[in-house]
Ligand binder design. Structure first.
Ligand code: SF4
Length: 425
């Protein structure tokens, strides 16, 4: 029996008439899952990932239980700053993924389309909008997003402001770094600070932000060290864990629990046996519920995701003595900002650095930047001698994936890798 699906069906029956009950059941389900991960996780799951799994689910359950202290963001938002005001950051993509974990995405996506949202919009956004429209997701204190890469975020945040009165703050991020560009973003951060002070009644503390960035630097140093060890050691994971990692590398980066997690990861990886399987560099979202990819990638010592572009989108050390400038620089120099070339070069660099045998890009439904850049990235990988597979599907909506097609293409790609041939489309 699929427990999440069965529980999701019970929740589904409440949504139309009792959305608050459905919402409470979702929070309860998340708390139960957090407890299960902490105490009864799969034996194959490494200790650090058990901790991550439990925390990643628990912090979202807490945020939904205390909407007065939660904020909607995207993953590129300056979450470090929001944390210093006592706000928990939860992204649209994160909420959509969790709702899909309860097998409810079809209900919410249909609901969004029923109220007039285009079917071609990214299904993370449709799922999120449908859940808010249904009254299942509580409204937050405010929304904070950026202009970086995603063409869906700004529209969704504006829609939420117009339709539900959720105040939002949009950071306009220039494409390239320059002293003027940095000052322009810092000015916007200063305006955001005023908004946050008014929204929370707290005063901005530069010391608190410095300490947050200090923990962020330490966390990333441990992450880099762990990835170096991952070159010669296996470390079992799943596509879901790659997604949960985003809660550590982005939404909660700079918090004490994230630093604890990266320390644990760094200590543990070296205790695992050598990696003898095919090592993949993943690009863009992981479709964690896709059956074929689950069977090939989850806890499989013959083939695994070593690292991915989202979790490595900014790995530079930040200047904690100038925290606002450091945040501005981080957003401007993110590999997802600016021309696609920047991201392509970073992906090639990481794939080489962490000795990946191949790259796979999953082009998620409705994501223009992903589909638009895939061929360019593949060409850069080809020049570097790294075979790359492009898959098309939907990381959220189970109805929108074609398992047969994904199976045929993924198996053929693996076979070519195993034979040591150059993989082609
Ligand atoms: S998948 Fe693409 S369109 Fe959807 S939220 Fe992510 S970046 Fe935006």
């Amino acid at each position: 029996m699929n427990v999440a699906r069965t529980y999701g069906n019970v929740v589904r029956r409440q949504i139309a008439d009792k959305p608050k009950t459905a919402s409470a059941m979702i929070r309860t389900g998340l708390y139960l899952e957090s407890f299960r991960c902490a105490h009864f996780a799969e034996k194959k799951m490494p200790k650090a990932y058990r901790f991550l799994n439990s925390k990643a689910v628990g912090v979202v359950a807490d945020a939904l239980s205390h909407p007065e202290t939660y904020a909607w963001t995207n993953i590129f938002a300056p979450t470090e700053l929001l944390q210093t005001f006592g706000l928990s950051c939860v992204s649209v993509e994160c909420l959509a993924s969790y709702l899909s974990g309860f097998w409810l995405e079809d209900y919410f996506i249909d609901r969004a389309e029923d109220v007039g949202i285009s079917s071609t919009l990214c299904s993370y956004h449709k799922n999120f909008i449908g859940a808010v429209e249904s009254g299942v997701l509580p409204l937050p204190r405010l929304g904070v997003t950026t202009s970086v890469t995603c063409d869906g975020n700004i529209g969704t945040f504006r829609y939420m402001e117009q339709r539900f009165g959720v105040k939002n703050f949009i950071l306009d991020i220039p494409q390239n770094w320059s002293p003027e560009a940095e000052r322009y973003v810092v000015e916007q951060l200063r305006s955001l600070i005023q908004v946050l002070e008014n929204a929370t009644g707290r005063k901005y503390s530069e010391d608190a932000l410095r300490e947050t960035i200090h923990r962020e630097n330490e966390s990333k140093a441990h992450f880099s060290s762990a990835l170096k060890k991952r070159i010669s050691h296996s470390y079992p994971n799943t596509m879901t864990l790659v997604l949960f990692l985003l809660l550590a590398t982005h939404l909660n980066i700079g918090s004490q629990w994230v630093l604890d997690f990266f320390r644990m990861l760094d200590e543990e990886i070296g205790t695992y046996p050598p990696d003898t399987g095919k090592r993949l560099f993943w690009v863009h979202t992981t479709p964690y519920s896709q059956p074929t990819l689950q069977s090939y990638l989850n806890y499989n010592d013959k083939c695994s995701i070593v690292c991915d572009d989202f979790n490595l989108d900014y790995m530079e050390e930040m200047d904690e003595t100038h925290p606002l400038e450091a945040l501005a620089r981080k957003m401007i120099c993110n590999i997802y900002n600016g021309s696609f070339e920047r991201k392509a070069q970073a992906c090639v660099k990481y794939a080489k650095e962490y000795q990946c045998d191949a790259a796979v890009e999953f082009c998620h439904w409705g994501c223009k930047q992903s589909a638009g850049g895939a061929i360019l990235l593949k060409e850069e990988m080809r020049k570097a001698g790294i075979p790359m597979l492009i898959l098309h599907g939907d990381s959220v909506d189970r109805r929108n994936n074609h398992d047969g097609q994904i199976r045929t293409r993924f198996e053929a790609f693996l076979e070519m890798l195993n034979r040591g041939q150059e993989a082609t489309e």
